[in-house]
Design a binder for this molecule. Structure first.
Ligand code: PLP
Length: 378
């Protein structure tokens, strides 16, 4: 098997799984219970949270556990919107967001909020002038992803923060960092709220984080018992929390070394595939090497994906993460419907080997020749 879909999800790390199992067995008490088993569980939870907070240089109380990035994004946008509706109902998002951001925006629009979509330039960066012109006194929130999930374009968070806060210091900034954490270094102080999820960083599925700066308030979207997590009440998922903490530590180690290695693999693929006229490489100078997007002329991405699957090679097509059949991010960057109509995302990891990449290239070209030949016979 050659797995090149690490941006869809990652295999859980061995040590992470071991932590999950040991915590489930040895710390089954409810962290909300007052007795000894509860206290033991709560202490472990607190030290796991402390470790995550230290890694990101934030306070323990600024970390909220959720079920994943979708829930974190919903909590951030809905929570800010409900908290601030008396101050304003205007929200700005980019055109490079994950569907979970657009879905909550559609809901907010249906209950009277106004959503503006900031333009980006042809390198995928948010258009600073457009952003400036969109910010108003009633703009309560700007949300933009740190790294785009389809093309890997990375936004300059600090610069964007400066622009937003200069125009309106009360505007809250949220960033979906799901594709950034564990791939590149991030600074949570560039934003007021940040989202990430365990299963993209070799952690378990079913757990995510919402970072919320203690300087802002958001209204919870779930209500229940349990004092340890006011924004997501109920019994804390201790084994998930502790193993997430382990995953965060492992995933944020050696980032630069891993990135350099992945860059070499990325360039190898780009070099081999860009020789073909019918393949377009959707990579800008701001794309991180972990995510490589390509467009296929006259071949359906889904057909290609399944043809690769016959060789046990796994990649993504645009259909999983975009609206309709078009890749919304490729469309936002290149403004070309043909280019956006058939895209594949190849996502790489430090676990990917050079041998896997060589084999991938070999099979990819075989499939490409077969399918483009088939196509020209039609
Ligand atoms: N945000 C981004 C940028 C993503 O890439 C994804 C998953 O693909 C999500 C949010 C949703 O993550 P989850 O599956 O943890 O809800």
């Amino acid at each position: 098997m050659i797995y090149l879909d690490y941006s869809a999800t990652t295999p859980v790390g061995f040590e992470v799984l071991d932590t999950y199992n040991r915590t489930s067995k040895d710390f089954f008490g409810n962290p909300n219970s007052l007795h000894e088993l509860g206290v033991k569980a709560k202490n472990l939870m607190n030290s796991a949270t402390k470790q995550i907070a230290e890694i990101f240089n934030v306070q323990d109380s600024e970390i909220t556990y959720t079920s994943g990035a979708t829930q974190s994004n919903n909590l951030a946008l809905l929570g800010v919107a409900l908290q601030n509706y008396k101050k304003g109902k205007h929200i700005i998002v980019s055109k490079l967001e994950h569907p979970s951001i657009y879905a909550i925006c559609d809901y907010l629009a249906s209950i009277g909020y106004e959503i503006s979509y900031v333009k980006n330039d042809n390198e995928g960066l948010i258009d600073f002038e457009d952003l400036k012109s969109l910010i108003r006194p009633d703009t309560i929130l700007v949300s933009f992803c740190a790294v785009n999930s389809e093309t890997g374009v990375r936004q300059p968070l600090k610069m964007i923060r400066q622009i937003i806060k200069k125009e309106n210091p009360n505007t809250i900034i949220h960033s979906d960092m799901t594709q950034a954490v564990g791939k590149v270094s991030v600074n949570l102080h560039d934003v007021d709220l940040a989202t990430f999820t365990g299963h993209k960083i070799y952690g378990p599925k079913g757990i995510g984080v919402l970072y919320k700066s203690c300087s802002i308030n958001v209204i919870p979207i779930l209500y229940g018992s349990g004092k340890s997590n006011m924004l997501n009440p109920g019994t804390p998922a201790l084994p998930l929390i502790v193993s997430l903490s382990k995953a965060v530590r492992l995933a944020t180690t050696d980032l630069e070394k891993r990135e350099r290695f992945i860059e070499r693999l990325n360039l190898k693929i780009v070099d081999a595939l860009s020789k073909y006229e019918g393949i377009m490489i959707n990579k800008t100078k701001y794309s991180i090497p972990h995510i490589l997007n390509i467009s296929l002329r006259n071949i359906k991405a889904e057909t290609f994906l399944h043809a690769l699957e016959e060789y046990e090679i796994y990649v993504s097509s645009n259909t999983a993460c975009s609206s309709g059949d078009l890749s919304s991010s490729v469309l936002a960057i290149y403004d070309d419907k043909v280019r956006a109509s058939s895209t594949l995302r190849i996502s790489l990891s430090h676990l990917t080997t050079t041998d896997e990449v060589n084999k991938f290239i070999e099979y990819f070209i075989q499939v490409y020749k077969r399918l483009s030949g088939l196509n020209s016979n039609i």
